[in-house]
Design a protein around this ligand. Structure first.
Ligand code: ACO
Length: 432
């Protein structure tokens, strides 16, 4: 119950609505009775100002550039934790102790393989199939191979096994899809390797040329996955919650999240960034031309990797990853001219009024693409990497949604109809 209220005066009449406060004093007016009380709905295109739920998973302050998972600063988690520890934190609400972590890791290793019948699916995609389409198809079809977990009357009871299964299988599917696209033999997951080592090994080990796992690369991949692990009610997470609210299986909800993430305005941005930097480099580094295009509202072109719906200052994830970018390229002994193009572009944007006045700073995806490229991950798989990282967040939100009576209601926004009013039906032969 709330002891604070907001009043709305509409056509001379006063209506009262409860005001709720978040952990840091953020305020929300509960307008769920607005329609009933006033006959009006709220209109909020793109949900710029609409809270769809309460949540205790992630705290984000876009003005101050703060991001916390379950109360822990992203900087500390990225520096000190493994991705699996952070996944456990998001899923369970607390960091695991050593025993809990060991048990969860064991569960993941146990489920790392995918049903051999699913491997045949890869053979039937066309050679240039989009990796995100393959990933969502495969995740959706997990429902047919492991239905017992999602048809359990209380899905929270099977949650540990289904999340461990998804986290390790999605990693296996991602690596297998890469191997299939190369026409190389599949490399199976190994019990002795940790999550990131296993992924890199499945991606790059070959029977003729063993892959050397570098600790610097493992550490950067671990950081990247942690930085992407959750970001509260973004487009793909809201999709997972909305689709899940219809009562479909967890696999179907996650597959929908993967499809939402695919978009260039969301998870597809890292790929767009590298393609943009390649374009600028190939165009004799004509920065001014691209900046001009991005500023011209009659041109749909935008500088990828700049701007964010919520951050109106530096994206804290971009700050962390910018540092790792130099370190990883040095460890791999890679000198990438695109990194210089990226740095110069960021510098020009930082001094340009258009971007400064609109608070358009580099976001997390501005640097992640350059790192993935140095690791040898192909550009069309960058969004798959994002999906691997975001999976624990999607799972945590799905669990929160089904475990909470209020937010479990089926998601169903309203609309303001602006089409034609009722008109006379004209039979086919009489239409002009
Ligand atoms: N380049 C040029 N102008 C931009 C850019 C950009 N990258 N981003 C925003 N703007 C401008 C808009 O044209 C608009 O200008 P106006 O006020 O004169 O009309 C103003 O800045 C505000 O932009 P909106 O589109 O209203 O901001 P919104 O919050 O809706 O969009 C978004 C955020 C989608 C991230 C946007 O900044 C963008 O398209 N960025 C490029 C794509 C990108 O990097 N996406 C990744 C986001 S991070 C993630 O998903 C992990």
């Amino acid at each position: 119950m709330s002891d604070k209220f907001a009043q709305l005066i509409l056509e001379g009449k006063t209506y009262t609505f409860p005001v709720y406060e978040g952990s840091y004093g953020e305020k929300a007016i509960d307008i769920s009775t607005l329609l009933k009380q006033t006959g009006h709905i709220t209109l909020d295109r793109g949900y710029v100002n609409t809270g769809s739920c309460t949540s205790d998973i992630t705290y984000l302050d876009g003005k101050a550039g703060v991001l916390d998972y379950r109360g822990y600063a992203i900087e500390e988690l990225a520096e000190n934790c493994s991705f699996v520890e952070v996944a456990y934190l998001l899923l369970h609400g607390d960091l695991p102790n050593e025993q809990e972590l060991m048990e969860y890791r064991d569960l993941m290793s146990q489920y790392a393989l995918i049903h051999e019948d699913m491997i045949h699916f890869f053979d039937h995609f066309p050679p240039n199939a989009e990796p995100m389409s393959i990933l969502s198809t495969m995740v959706n079809s997990l429902h047919n191979f492991y239905p017992e977990l999602t048809t359990h009357p209380d899905p929270t009871e099977t949650f540990d096994s289904i999340t461990a299964r998804l986290l390790s299988k999605v990693r296996t599917i991602a690596a297998f899809s890469y191997k299939k696209s190369k026409g190389h033999p599949l490399i199976y997951p190994r019990y002795d390797l940790n999550y990131c080592e296993n992924f890199l090994n499945m991606m790059f080990d070959t029977p003729t040329r063993p892959y050397k796992i570098l600790p610097e690369v493992v550490s950067t991949l671990n950081k990247l996955l942690i930085l992407h692990a959750d970001h509260e009610q973004n487009c793909s997470t809201s999709t997972v919650r909305l689709v899940g609210s219809a009562g479909v299986s967890l696999y179907a909800s996650i597959a929908s999240g993967i499809n939402a993430l695919w978009g260039p305005l969301h998870g597809g941005a890292a790929q767009e960034v590298v393609e943009m930097l390649e374009g600028i480099y190939a165009d004799d580094k004509d920065f001014e031309k691209y900046i001009r295009k991005a500023k011209d509202h009659s041109d749909p072109y935008r500088l990828s990797g700049f701007g964010h719906r919520v951050y109106k200052t530096f994206d804290p994830r971009a700050q962390i990853i910018k540092k790792s970018c130099d370190e990883t390229l040095a460890a791999l002994n890679v000198s990438d001219p695109l990194l210089d193009v990226a740095k110069e572009l960021a510098e020009r944007v930082r001094n340009d009024d258009y971007f400064v006045s609109r608070n358009l700073y580099p976001n997390v995806d501005f640097y992640s693409g350059i790192i993935y490229r140095a690791m040898g991950i192909p550009t069309n798989m960058f969004t798959v990497m994002f999906a691997l990282g975001r999976l624990p967040g999607w799972l945590a939100h799905w669990r929160e949604m089904i475990g909470n009576k209020e937010s479990r209601r089926i998601g169903r926004p309203r609309q303001l109809y602006i089409g034609p009013t009722r008109r006379r039906f004209i039979p086919l032969g009489e239409r002009k």
